[in-house]
Design a protein around this ligand. Structure first.
Ligand code: NAI
Ligand code: CS2
Length: 496
């Protein structure tokens, strides 16, 4: 076999792809960069970039994307040699469709050259700034949503915005430049699974701006726009096997490909600072009230995902579809949904019963191979909106919350870094050192529950102090310790 580098997907090789692969079909040279996106991970490539690609295909070339990474050069090195092109494979059972997305023009690496990113954000043609930087990328306290003012990068940005490091730092520096140039602010759209994502992003930018220039803060408050959003599409991380399978299909190598499901939903609050695309034409819901959509998605889809991730991974399930194939775990997810669904005020047009059925079918999609450990990541940032919020609501109404307690107790057991078969793993979470210390500080379930509940950045003090919460968590953690996750799920609802 020859060692010559394999040809890559690019503008030059696009025409060589088989006719079965859908291509952009527009003049990429005419595409402008109306969008700057921070965090060009798998999700952006399978969600927002697809919407912008659709809008360009429909004839509006203003909505090309300049991407940026706030951390490493990895995605830039995958995408720039491919002229920003990548394939998205949409898998549903045995059905697979491949579409090459052309909306991304290039990717910048902010730490190498922060000023180029600030200038891209401040460019007159930039109207939208979208973000998928993970929950932890916002540098917020997960329990309260306030800016982590003692985080080293936040401290640096608060002191000096000439070389920003954080997302709110970049947005603030660029908004300052726009104000000085007499431009309108861009619309900043958080597409992460944070609760009240728009409000939280706005508050962090205002906190940065207030420190550097109170007049800038007031201008952003008056003229800026940070719409709330609900984003939904399951996008598992790409594996080397996915890349090889795609190379066989395309006959060129694509290091930036993504895999996903057919479902895509994007609900955006109708709040824009300047020009915006006709998002509705690409299937986006633009509405006055996003909160009910967001709550339903975070508590039902993501809450169940986290429960499946911890219970599934502890009991040795690699993928979500393997976990939902187990009748006991599947029945448990329904009980969890019974508890969480009762805390919702569903938006008009959402049939919660049908939504639950559709979610289970999406989890069952065996062609996605969505790893339980991917979802288990960063639990400290996810627990509050997914599981603790519905728990708090049920507690305040004196309603039972055993299923929520088992899901949270499974997260607690995960903090010990050992699955039910005794295999050790590293907990991937910005607070892993703190949760591990709490977990290791005492050997029994009651002590561990108390030590973990004392972490105020995850658990609101009122919730942590409630005796019924402690009691239920201790009972479920004790069962997990004695019976393992599978046993605890099978014993769910039965007396000890
Ligand atoms: P990914 O791992 O492919 O990409 C993560 C991106 O976030 C990368 O660009 C990375 O550089 C950036 N990032 C990570 N930590 C950061 C930090 N501390 N500061 C700044 N940037 C940071 O993950 P993926 O799949 O793109 O997901 C990203 C986020 O998108 C999720 O955390 C979630 O909030 C949201 N999302 C993901 C969905 C999915 O199914 N993958 C679906 C719905 C929302
Ligand atoms: C998942 C989400 O990784 C996780 O925490 O629960 O990324 C999930 O896949 C998406 O929210 C689906 O829209």
């Amino acid at each position: 076999m020859s060692d010559a580098p394999r040809p890559r997907l690019s503008n030059a090789t696009l025409d060589s792809l088989s006719a079965a692969v859908e291509r952009p079909g527009y003049d990429r040279g005419a595409v402008q960069a109306g969008v700057v996106h921070l965090g060009v991970g798998a999700f952006h490539r399978a969600h927002q970039a697809v919407v912008f690609d659709t809008l360009i295909r429909q004839g509006d070339p203003r909505w090309g994307v300049r991407g940026a990474s706030l951390r490493s050069a990895g995605v830039r090195d995958q995408m720039n040699p491919q002229d920003g092109l990548y394939a998205m494979t949409v898998r549903d059972g045995t059905d697979e469709r491949v579409r090459v997305i052309g909306a991304v023009k290039d990717v910048l690496v902010a730490p190498e050259d922060p000023s180029t990113l600030v200038h891209a954000l401040a460019a007159p043609q930039t109207h939208l700034v979208t973000l998928t930087i993970t929950e932890k990328g916002y540098k917020l306290d997960p329990a309260t949503g306030s800016l982590l003012e003692d985080d080293a990068e936040v401290v640096a940005d608060l002191a000096d915005l000439s070389h920003p490091r954080t997302a709110p730092g970049f947005l603030t520096a660029a908004l300052s430049l726009r104000k000085a140039r007499g431009l309108k602010p861009f619309t900043a759209i958080s597409c992460d699974n944070l609760p009240h994502n728009g409000e939280r992003l706005k508050a962090s930018v205002l906190a940065m701006a207030r420190r550097s220039d109170p007049a800038l803060r007031d201008w952003i408050e008056a003229e800026g726009a940070f719409p709330q959003t609900m984003v939904d599409r399951i996008v598992p991380s790409t594996t080397p096997e996915d890349i090889e399978a795609m190379a066989a299909r395309l006959r060129v190598l694509d290091l930036a490909m993504v895999k996903t499901e057919p479902f895509l939903q994007w609900v955006i609050e109708d709040r824009f600072a300047g020009e915006r695309p006709e998002l509705e034409a690409a299937g986006v819901q633009v509405t006055t009230s996003v909160a009910p959509w967001e709550e339903a998605k975070l508590r039902l889809l993501n809450g169940a995902h986290s429960a499946i991730a911890y219970l599934g991974a502890l009991s040795g399930r690699t993928f979500v579809h393997e976990a939902t194939a187990d009748p006991a775990l599947r029945a448990f997810v329904e009980r969890l949904w019974d508890e969480s669904a009762a805390t919702l005020s569903p938006p008009p047009g959402l049939d919660v019963g049908a939504y639950r059925q559709a979610l289970m079918a999406r989890f069952d999609n065996a062609s996605l191979n969505h790893r339980t450990r991917q979802i288990a990541m960063d639990g400290s940032q996810k627990l509050p909106q997914r599981l603790l919020a519905p728990l708090a609501e049920r507690l305040s109404k004196d309603e039972p919350f055993e299923a929520l307690a088992l899901a949270i107790a499974a997260w607690m057991r995960w903090q010990g870094g050992r699955d039910d078969a005794g295999a050790a793993f590293a907990v991937d979470d910005p607070l892993a050192a703190i949760t591990r210390r709490a977990y290791d500080s005492v050997p029994d379930a009651a002590g561990r529950v108390a030590a973990l509940l004392a972490i105020e950045t995850i658990f609101p003090p009122r919730l942590a102090a409630a005796e019924p919460v402690r009691h239920a968590l201790t009972q479920q953690l004790d069962r997990l310790d004695r019976l393992g996750a599978q046993g605890a799920v099978e014993a769910f609802g039965q007396p000890d």
